[in-house]
Design a protein around this ligand. Structure first.
Ligand code: C2E
Ligand code: CA
Ligand code: CA
Length: 644
């Protein structure tokens, strides 16, 4: 059943279907009673014919004959019994029995074992079939246990793993066995028994869950933090990535408990916990530290700015109104961030520093994400500073747009470009992730977003005029929109007016929105989107996979393209752990297949390697963008490279 053949010469004998597991008598022992019996019979007959009255001799022969018959009958019965023991064991054992030839890979699974798993008799006749039913997460551990025993490292084989029942569920089984070896020590047969342990495993999981989860919020508790954080740190050390620890504390939560009572307080806490969890990626961890405090671990970060973005997302999640009867309540949170390795290399230091940062934020008025000093540029830490500078940035012309090419995977041709905002703050280039959340919170994203729209449309029109005719279709320019830009209404109006003024066909522009656009109640974003789509603009859903949307819900929306979030593409990398790769692959495959069934185009973001591109090609992904083709480029450089 191991996937790799052990280093043994091919066995001459095959394992017959009903090969007894109990040893049978040696060949001589098997025929002897028949020979004795036959000899006695012949002897008796000869005696009768030739004795001519010498009955003494014939009595002796008869006695011999009887004795031989008795011995023979017993021996025959014993033989029969031996032949049946195997069947009896196979059918009678409470658990299942198996026998496996490690060389030919032939497997014999007892009827009882097959019945546990819902398969008919005489099925699963080789280890390939067996492995195919095994839970993918258990295969490596299982194969190791088999190989260790075949090599003689362990004195018996034992493994607990999951196998797919005929009805599609997985069942836990415990399998134990032992190898039979030839005189060279090479295993020629392995046999053993199996018991189903699904219930026990479920009990264990339940106990584990209760021990590790907080009853009020259903979130993991500190016990799991002590497991997850060191794990994330070890991995970050190995891979040279970052881990952020976020200390989240609800502001003035005590007031709610004091004025509305603990029952209401508990319900609100439960809701807030659920929203925090939902705002995170699956791979992030969140635990309830106690009271109204939560700790979030973000692993595999490339920069601290990503933590700022997640922090802003968490603040927004907490800030949604809480409905209690006829009343709506509002809450804010303070978040302190410490990042490995800049702010600490071990769990205790990181937790302490995140806590300190949280208090600093709280004393500055709360409702903020505060970094432990040293993680980000000192000036950037001050929200007030960034906000003031953003106002001036627009007037001072400190913004520009960079363009990242989008390539059709089948033809390798340029089909579009995404416009990405850049802020040159004096000497430094501030990444959008660290100022867009602030611009969104302060409302500044509205004038900034308008500048982006106007600039990108003007640029697309200029390219259209200069190259459109010669090159066929010029690339479609994708523009990112924030939810906030929809709130005031009039967005569609403005865009259509700009297109008209520039003489640009609507199909030359695509708008990228995130699910947050659709989740907010302010303004009628859906009506605006329908109007834009009706006018011929492309609409794509950005960062797909990181939010809440089910694909069936998407069908109701006026979008035509899905952009698979780059976190999934990053997980497709050859260097990631085997199991993760296959998970990511399965997710990406499912997204593409379902998106196609709904007639959406699929764009993969963040493609950095040829390996990822090859996988995406196999999965029929339509187009991609990423560093593999090019980083976002200033307009002139983009034009020189792609439109010249
Ligand atoms: P996004 O819309 O998901 O944009 C894609 C981001 O991925 C860009 O980051 C891009 O530079 C980066 N990227 C592209 N290829 C790769 C790759 O191969 N590997 C990796 N690791 N990253 C890649 P950027 O330019 O820093 O923008 C970050 C985010 O800021 C954008 O994410 C978008 O949410 C926001 N943003 C950028 N420009 C605008 C804008 O004009 N308006 C609004 N509202 N948001 C914007
Ligand atoms: Ca985008
Ligand atoms: Ca994106």
């Amino acid at each position: 059943m191991a996937s790799q053949p052990p280093a043994a010469p091919p066995a001459r004998e095959k394992l017959p279907k009903n090969r007894p597991l109990v040893s049978a008598p040696a060949p001589l022992g098997r025929v002897l009673p028949y020979v004795l019996f036959a000899a006695a019979l012949v002897g008796a007959a000869l005696t009768v014919v030739f004795s001519q009255g010498h009955y003494g001799l014939s009595w002796l022969t008869l006695a011999l004959f009887l004795a031989a018959t008795l011995v023979g009958a017993r021996e025959i019965a014993r033989l029969r019994q031996a032949a049946h023991v195997h069947e009896l064991v196979m059918e009678g054992a409470h658990g299942g029995i198996w026998a496996w030839n490690p060389v030919t890979k032939k497997l014999h699974a007892s009827p009882r074992l097959l019945a546990i798993l819902g398969y008919p008799e005489n099925s699963l006749t080789d280890s390939e079939a067996w492995l195919a039913l095994m839970h993918p997460d258990d295969v490596a551990r299982y194969s190791r246990a088999v190989a260790d025993h075949l090599k003689g490292i362990t004195d018996h084989f034992y493994c607990e793993y999951r196998v797919r029942h005929h009805n599609g569920d997985y069942r836990w089984i415990a399998s134990r066995g032992i190898a039979v070896r030839n005189r060279h020590g090479v295993a020629t047969l392995m046999a053993g028994s199996v018991t189903e342990i699904t219930e026990r495993k479920q009990d264990e999981e339940r106990i584990h869950y209760l021990a590790h989860h907080d009853q009020l919020t259903g979130l993991p508790n500190r016990l799991l933090l002590a497991v997850h954080l060191p794990q994330a740190l070890r991995r970050a050390k190995r891979e040279g990535s970052r881990v952020a620890v976020l200390f989240v504390d609800l502001d003035r939560f005590k007031n709610i408990n004091d004025s509305l009572g603990h029952n209401v307080g508990d319900r609100i806490l439960h809701t807030a916990a659920g929203r925090l969890r939902q705002a995170l990626r699956e791979s992030d961890s969140i635990v309830r530290q106690g009271g109204d405090e939560f700790i979030v671990i973000l692993s595999d970060l490339q920069s601290s700015a990503q933590a700022a973005q997640v922090g802003a997302k968490l603040l927004e999640a907490v800030a949604q109104p809480y409905q209690e009867g006829d009343h709506a309540f509002f809450l804010t949170a303070s978040i302190g961030v410490a990042v490995y390795p800049d702010d600490g290399k071990d769990m205790d230091t990181l937790l302490r520093n995140a806590d300190t940062a949280m208090y600093a934020g709280k004393s500055a008025g709360g409702n903020t994400v505060h970094f432990y000093t040293g993680a980000l540029n000192e000036r950037l830490q001050s929200r007030v500073y960034v906000e003031r500078r953003l106002h001036q940035a627009l007037d001072n012309g400190e913004f520009s747009l960079y363009y990242q090419p989008q390539i059709d995977i089948a033809s390798g041709r340029l089909v579009g470009a995404e416009a990405l905002l850049r802020w040159h703050d004096g000497e430094q280039m501030v990444p959008p992730d660290s100022f867009i959340p602030i611009a969104e919170e302060s409302g500044l994203i509205v004038p900034i977003g308008q500048w982006v729209l106007d600039t990108a449309i003007a640029q697309a029109a200029a390219w259209h005029r200069a190259w459109g005719e010669r090159q066929g279709l010029p690339p479609r320019i994708a523009i990112n929109l924030s939810a906030r830009q929809f709130w005031g209404g009039g967005l569609a109006e403005h865009i259509l007016e700009r297109l008209g003024a520039e003489g640009l066909p609507a199909s030359a522009i695509e708008l990228e929105i995130t699910e947050s656009v659709l989740l907010r109640q302010e303004g009628d974003s859906l009506a605006e989107l329908r109007r834009l789509e009706g006018s011929g603009l492309g609409l794509s859903l950005d960062d797909f996979g990181t939010g809440y949307s089910s694909l069936s819900y998407l069908r109701l929306l006026p979008i035509d393209t899905l952009k698979i979030d780059k976190s999934f593409i990053a997980a497709l990398d050859e260097h990631t752990v085997e199991a993760e790769t296959s998970d990511a692959l399965a997710i990406v495959r499912a997204i593409i297949a379902m998106a196609h069934s709904l007639n959406f185009q699929v764009v993969a973001e963040g493609v950095e390697s040829t390996g990822q591109l090859a996988l995406l090609r196999d999965l029929n992904c339509d187009s991609y963008q990423g560093y593999l083709e090019s980083r976002p480029l200033p307009a002139a450089e983009f034009a020189a490279r792609y439109l010249g």
